[in-house]
Write a protein that binds this ligand. Structure first.
Ligand code: CUA
Length: 369
């Protein structure tokens, strides 16, 4: 009875509506390669499991002590050279057989794709992902937009290791394919959440890749069909690790080009009413971390990102706060009013804005289309 209930609970735990994060349903060639390796290795493991456990169960029942049997010590056997050679060689052959396609796949997936490749630099922050498109001069957060049918070569860097402000898409030094090494002379890395390991994972599009301070890691992803593919950070990275999600939005190549053009356009600086008041508050507080392209400070400097997500086209995104909140007026108000009630350990300061000021800031954010 108990065993049955445990089995039922295990089976039920595998059920979920709209479960998109499954590596067993690859939606692109790179995920497919991992899956194609997983399937034969899985069945080899199943065969070994069935044989070993089957023999174990068979022997337990076949040679168990029976009630009317007189107790006796079975024949004591020590050593059997032939058996020992067999059970050394057989696993070696099986593992060697599994190693050949495994290593081939590892090399295949690690190779930089050639041809028409989109390059995106991915930065792991506490607790959100930043996406920097050096070739397109776009900086965005939480949503990685990609074209279908084209390999996307990601360079994954941890913040605080030379890859900071300004980033390449904001006129900083180019860093494609190479995260910079740590600060010299044993200095601590700069920036919020520096020196923290994250791991980037979109199960339907590729395997996982760690984001490690002082290391340059790469991952290639590709989607066959337009759609939204959900991902999340897979390495414990602090209090809000569980809320470090993201989305990969795959467009047809034409739609992707349209998205790029929209993202490159600066935000309109002309606002009025409460939004104008909100813009002034934004320029006094929020720009300490957040960028808005097209916005200038009081002394005419562009507003660049400095640790917080770029908000230039915030309203074009569907999610924010590590992709755990839908972008809408109510959520923005909750977030601006009290970030720490939503995100444990949030690095977003609480500026203790009045209810009116929160409304004004949100009115301004709502203009960032
Ligand atoms: Cu980032 Cu867990």
């Amino acid at each position: 009875m108990v065993l049955g209930l445990v089995a039922l609970a295990l089976v039920a735990a595998a059920c979920a509506p709209n479960a998109t994060q499954s590596a067993l349903e690859p939606k692109g060639p790179y995920a497919q390669k991992s899956f194609d390796l997983f399937v034969p290795v899985f069945w080899v493991a199943v065969a070994i499991f069935v044989i070993v456990e089957g023999l174990l169960v068979l022997f337990v029942f076949r040679y168990r002590h029976r009630r009317n049997q007189t107790p006796r010590i079975p024949a004591q056997v020590h050593g059997n050279t032939r058996l020992e050679i067999a059970w050394t060689i057989l696993p070696t052959l099986i593992l060697a057989g599994v190693a050949v396609p495994t290593i081939a796949t590892i090399w295949d997936l690690a190779a930089k794709p050639t041809g028409d490749v989109l390059e995106v630099n991915v930065l792991g922050h506490q607790w959100w992902w930043e996406f920097d498109y050096p070739g397109q001069q776009i900086l965005t957060a939480n949503e990685l937009h990609i074209p279908t049918g084209r390999p996307v070569y990601l360079t994954l860097c941890a913040v605080g290791f030379g890859y900071g402000t300004p980033v390449p898409s904001q006129g900083g030094p180019p860093a494609p394919n190479e995260c910079q090494t740590g600060p010299p002379d044993g200095q601590p890395p700069a920036g919020i959440g520096a020196a923290v390991i994250h791991s980037f994972w979109v199960p339907e599009l590729a395997g996982t890749q760690d984001v490690v301070p002082d290391l340059t890691n790469h991952l290639t992803i590709q989607a066959d069909e337009p759609g939204v593919y959900t991902g999340q950070c897979k390495e414990f990275c602090g209090l809000s690790h569980a809320y470090m999600k993201f989305r990969v939005v795959a467009h047809t190549p034409e739609d992707f080009d349209r998205w790029v053009a929209e993202q490159k356009a600066p935000a309109s600086p002309d606002v009025s009413g409460p939004a104008e008041a909100g813009k002034q508050i934004f320029l006094q507080t929020c720009i300490a971390c957040h960028a808005v392209a097209g916005l200038e400070t009081a002394n005419g400097q562009p507003v660049l990102a400095n640790g917080g997500p770029n908000l230039t086209h915030l309203m074009s995104r569907e999610c924010f706060r590590g992709c755990t909140l839908e972008v809408n007026e109510e959520n923005l108000r909750r977030w601006v009013a009290d970030p720490r009630s939503i995100e444990a350990g949030s690095f977003m300061p609480d500026y203790a804005l009045s209810a009116d000021e929160v409304d004004q800031v949100v009115a301004f954010l709502m203009t960032l289309e």
